[in-house]
Design a protein around this ligand. Structure first.
Ligand SMILES: C[S@@+](CC[C@H](N)C(=O)[O-])C[C@H]1O[C@@H](n2cnc3c(N)ncnc32)[C@H](O)[C@@H]1O
Length: 245
């Protein structure tokens, strides 16, 4: 079997047990270039240990997903190549990280760097994150990061944006009281769209203290691959953080 064989299971892919239709679809790419040899080797050797499927996240505390005690668990949605996920996990070895990414090549990259760095506090979920969000226990996450989600700039595609009422409900269910949702985008319209929905939502407070807080990246921010591209192309990022009441 080759590394880019379509039939190769790269993580358990489950559907809701009751067969209920999913409320949201995944519109992005599933696969890109053929994996490099080293990435394919890490996928074969290390992903089985790092990957989680829906059956791994029932009612039990999420801390149990990690081999050592963690003080809290955070989720990054759509981590791309995993650069931010890995940097965060290195900075906070006492925090457990779940990274979700539906793009196979992103999972391969993250698997490679998590293994090469010997990180024990990262688990990877390689599919559309929505069923995972519906499966994770309520109030189980201290932070959820959504960094540079696909912008869907055309009006007819706005409904594909990740930030929608149903996903805000999911985020509200999963964050523990006092937990944080981080959102970054370089698309002004998506920023305004997100801000409008969170400001109108009594379950969240915007943590900004000054009018231009949104221009400042978070302390220790490692950036993301997509952000670097946006900056190269002259677009200005915005950083938004909301706290669950
Ligand atoms: C524009 S990229 C940004 C990647 C990364 N966060 C960064 O800033 O470099 C958005 C990523 O979200 C992933 N994504 C979009 N919808 C998703 C979903 N429903 N479940 C899992 N991943 C998703 C895409 O595959 C893509 O890699």
């Amino acid at each position: 079997m080759t590394a880019d064989d379509e039939s190769r299971p790269f993580t358990p892919v489950d559907r809701p047990a009751d067969g209920a239709p999913r409320e949201a679809a995944f519109y992005g790419r599933r696969k890109g270039k053929k994996l490099r040899t080293a990435q394919a080797a890490h996928m074969a050797q290390d992903l089985p240990r790092l990957a989680i499927g829906l059956e791994d996240v029932g009612a039990a505390p999420l801390a149990g997903l990690f081999p050592h005690p963690v003080r809290e668990v955070r989720l990054e949605i759509g981590f791309g190549g995993g650069e931010h996920l890995v940097a965060e996990a290195l900075r906070h070895p006492d925090v457990g990280y779940i990274g979700a990414e539906a793009f196979l090549n992103g999972i391969a990259k993250a698997t490679t760097s998590v293994s090469e760095k010997g990180l024990a506090n990262v688990r990877l979920y390689g599919d559309d994150v929505i069923p995972l969000l519906d499966r994770l226990p309520a109030a189980s996450l201290a932070r959820i990061d959504l960094l540079y989600p696909d912008p869907w700039p055309k009006r007819r595609h706005w409904k594909r944006r990740f930030v929608q009422a149903d996903n805000i409900d999911r985020i509200a269910r999963l964050l523990m009281p006092g937990g944080h949702f981080r959102f970054a985008t370089d698309i002004e319209h998506y920023a305004a769209w997100t801000l409008r929905q969170f400001l109108a939502d009594a379950r969240f407070d915007w943590t900004a203290e000054r009018a231009d807080d949104w221009r400042l990246a978070w302390a220790g921010w490692p950036g993301t691959r997509y952000e670097a591209k946006a900056l190269r192309e002259g677009r200005r990022p915005g950083y938004y953080e909301f706290q669950r009441r």
